[in-house]
Each structure stands twice: as structure tokens, then as C-alpha cells.
Design a protein around this ligand. Structure first.
Ligand SMILES: [Zn+2]
Ligand SMILES: [Zn+2]
Length: 137
């Protein structure tokens, strides 16, 4: 995890953001579509592995199904794979290129580092509890 100074182009506040490598940490990254919190899902989580088996490859449906079995963020927003990064103060969407420029990131053109703009959402609360079938009936 690396720390960087970042200045929001919308509200001009300067604060610390963190980057990390999603690959070496074996996680998927989603952002809350309202507050911009980062949620990391373990690639070896049982539910993720089940969906890997069902879909065999990453597709729109695969990502949509994961999103559909997640709890909402504490702020009431939803975690989405395609939600953009947001400023933690003004909640404005921040252009990824602007982030890369400010943190001096030189990865592949279409790639990006894992990003924590505001906070990490606890993965332990991420998954919706699925009611067990009542066996007594
Ligand atoms: Zn801002
Ligand atoms: Zn949120």
C-alpha cells in the first residue's frame, strides 16, 4: 500500500489517497457509487469461486451477479465494478487520468492501480446473507 498526496480538481482539497496492487493481493475492486468507498473482494472467496465456475470468464453478467449479492454500502450507495473514483469530500467523480498524473503512475495505458480514495469498506460485511432453507417444515 502506497500513500500519495492528491488534490481534488473539483473542491481543491488536498488529502491522502492510497494505491495498491490488485494482482498481488488477489482481490477484485469495486467502488461505492455514492461515497466512493473501496470494497475488495477476495478472489478465493467461496461465492466468487462458485461464479467463476458458472461463468468461466469475466462478463457483464458475471459482474452483475456479484453486484446483486452484495450488501449496500454503509452510506446507502451500491458497490459497482464500473463506478468511477470519487472525491471523499465533495463526492465529485474524479477522472482516472487526473489521478494517474498526480500520483505519477506509469503502468499500462488502460490499466490502473488499486485505489482507496476515501476508506476501505469491510469485506466481512460485503456479502448479503442468504436465508437458509427451513428444514423443519
Ligand atoms: Zn473534491
Ligand atoms: Zn458508500
Amino acid at each position: 500500500m502506497k500513500k500519495h498526496k492528491f488534490t481534488c480538481p473539483s473542491c481543491s482539497k488536498t488529502y491522502e489517497i492510497k494505491t495498491y496492487n490488485t494482482g498481488t493481493n488477489d482481490v477484485m475492486e469495486l467502488f461505492c457509487d455514492y461515497c466512493g468507498a473501496t470494497l475488495n473482494l477476495d478472489l478465493y472467496d467461496r461465492r466468487v469461486l462458485e461464479l467463476d465456475k458458472k461463468y468461466r470468464e469475466y462478463s457483464k453478467e458475471y459482474f452483475a451477479e456479484i453486484e446483486s449479492i452484495l450488501n449496500p454500502c454503509e452510506c446507502g450507495g451500491r458497490f459497482r465494478f464500473d463506478a468511477p473514483p470519487r472525491c471523499k469530500f465533495c463526492r465529485a467523480v474524479v477522472d482516472l487520468e487526473e489521478i494517474k498524473r498526480q500520483i505519477n503512475w506509469w503502468g499500462s495505458k488502460d490499466g490502473r492501480p488499486g485505489l482507496i480514495m476515501s476508506r476501505s469498506a469491510p469485506a466481512s460485511k460485503a456479502w448479503r446473507k442468504i436465508a437458509k432453507r427451513d428444514k423443519s417444515a
